[in-house]
Design a binder for this molecule. Structure first.
Ligand code: SAH
Ligand code: DHB
Ligand code: MG
Length: 227
């Protein structure tokens, strides 16, 4: 039986704001990004500030010089990740929607990161296939956060474009517990369940998933390392 999502969850959101105030602080470029996204009509589905900082820390811990992101939106997570790059590092981020990509490019530029970030527009599955054909990579860290129906295909592309030691992170793998339902009508949930099956069965991945609460409610992310 799935516990009902905690509502109201003011406590979770308030603790996120406490953590932000103590450990993250005001961030002009990220605040401007969220304002620009809202003004441009983008959905409010960026990673939470505390998770953006986690992505940044994971990229630095991994020593990532080349980062791949699937699902750009307005570039909030892109900025968090790209700031972790050393001089000469680069990030490629894939986005289906040209409007999202245009907003993201402007946000990335105002954050001072245009020199190290490339936004590629199109269905990620096609862009990833082209990247494999072109022999791009290896990427040191891959963040998957696009259409959840594509999660298994994006995982396989991340492995193909990775190397032993590559970090793979997948967003939104809990969805308020919806993933427990094998007959869930939402194909985004089925895509995420297929991801768990694929990761669990893969001979070259060591993985876990962590549930999260906070301003984005009850969700979670999957973390894997290519052996
Ligand atoms: N990573 C972002 C949020 C991404 S939201 C952040 O945290 O700031 C998911 C994005 O994936 C949306 O912008 C959506 O347009 C994009 N998307 C959906 N389907 C896609 C596809 N098939 N290929 C590439 N991008 C896709
Ligand atoms: C959705 C997508 C996301 O990447 C996210 O973090 C939250 C919600 C969505 O498609 O609803
Ligand atoms: Mg997400």
């Amino acid at each position: 039986m799935v516990d009902p999502p905690n509502r109201p969850d003011q406590g979770f959101a308030a603790v996120d704001r406490y953590i932000e105030s103590k450990l993250i602080g005001a961030d002009v470029a990220l605040a401007a990004t969220l304002a620009a996204n809202a003004a441009a009509g983008l959905p409010d589905i960026d990673v939470a500030p505390v998770q953006g900082r986690l992505l940044h820390l994971l990229a630095r811990m991994a020593g990532a010089r080349r980062i791949l992101e699937v699902g750009t939106l307005g570039g909030y997570s892109t900025i968090c990740l790209a700031r972790a790059l050393p001089d000469g590092g680069s990030l490629v981020t894939l986005e289906l929607d040209p409007h999202h990509a245009a907003v993201a490019r402007a946000n990335i530029a105002q954050a001072g990161l245009a020199d190290r970030v490339e936004v590629r527009v199109g269905p990620a599955i096609d862009t990833l296939a082209a990247m494999q054909s072109a022999g791009e990579g290896p990427f040191d860290l891959v963040f998957i956060d696009a259409d959840k129906q594509g999660n298994v295909a994006y995982l396989n592309a991340a492995i193909a474009l990775g190397r032993p030691g590559t970090t793979i992170i997948v967003d939104n793998v809990v969805r308020a517990g919806a993933i427990l339902d094998p007959d869930h009508p939402d194909d985004r949930v089925r895509g995420t369940r297929a991801l768990f099956d694929a990761v669990g069965a893969h001979p070259r991945l060591t993985a876990t998933a962590i549930q999260t609460v906070g301003v984005k409610h009850w969700d979670g992310f999957l973390l894997a390392l290519i052996d």
